[in-house]
Design a binder for this molecule. Structure first.
Ligand code: DC
Length: 208
């Protein structure tokens, strides 16, 4: 099984790089953040509070979740756009801190990779927890300002506000008890500040 793990904070360029790398290496791509977003979306649709850990974990175990390269489906319904709203972005950290949800998502991520002979998998705990023996473990990062500017270029909004929201989410993701965002797993840190996509890909291909 050939797994390339790509972790790092929001806006570091993980999705763009992981997709391009998957194409070049002829591997499939999995966005694990989309899985936590989908569970959040399903909870809100059912009027379940994201703070209700037991109920949200049970929901995570029951959901039929399909995370494809370009689309996300919950119980067969396309939620690709719905999982990217500010409402979901604000609520997702609570779901991602839920150990019952994480256990279920980890199991699904491993099964996904086994079924496909590996893949390029992006998230926060892929190299540290889900696939500690991945062929290559990368930690992609960039300055908070750069990350906010990339988000604004893609989705619009106010750069100062987004920079603050990104910093708050990073802080929460890095300080939660279960599988925090960390570089302490022997992953290689790639700072993408000031680099274009091709320059980042060239660095990664040199590492491979
Ligand atoms: O990458 P993203 O912004 O779509 O991730 C959404 C949330 O899910 C974010 O708060 C971090 C969390 N997440 C996680 O805890 N573990 C992962 N493997 C992927 C994402």
């Amino acid at each position: 099984m050939r797994v390339i793990a790509i972790d790092g904070p929001a806006g570091a360029g993980k999705s763009t790089i992981a997709r391009a790398l998957a194409t070049r290496l002829k591997l499939q791509y999995l966005d694990t953040g989309a899985m936590y977003r989908a569970v959040t979306c399903a909870a809100l649709q059912r009027n379940i509070s994201v703070e209700d850990r037991e109920l949200v974990a049970e929901l995570a175990r029951e959901l039929i979740l399909e995370v494809q390269r370009d689309n996300v489906l919950i119980d067969g319904v396309d939620v690709t756009a719905a999982i990217r709203t500010p409402e979901i972005t604000a609520a997702v950290s609570a779901v991602a801190a839920n150990s019952g949800v994480r256990a279920e998502m980890r199991a699904r991520q491993r099964a996904w990779a086994v079924a496909r002979g590996g893949g390029v998998i992006e998230g926060r705990d892929i190299g540290s927890v889900v696939f500690p023996d991945a062929e290559l473990k990368l930690y992609l990062t960039a300055s908070p300002r750069t990350r906010a500017q990339r988000r604004v270029a893609e989705f619009g909004g106010d750069v100062d506000e987004i920079e603050q929201a990104i910093a708050a989410r990073d802080h929460f993701d890095s300080n939660r008890a279960d599988s925090p965002l960390t570089t302490a797993d022997g992953s290689i840190v790639v700072d993408t500040t000031g680099l274009g996509i091709d320059e980042v890909l060239a660095k990664i291909e040199a590492l491979l």
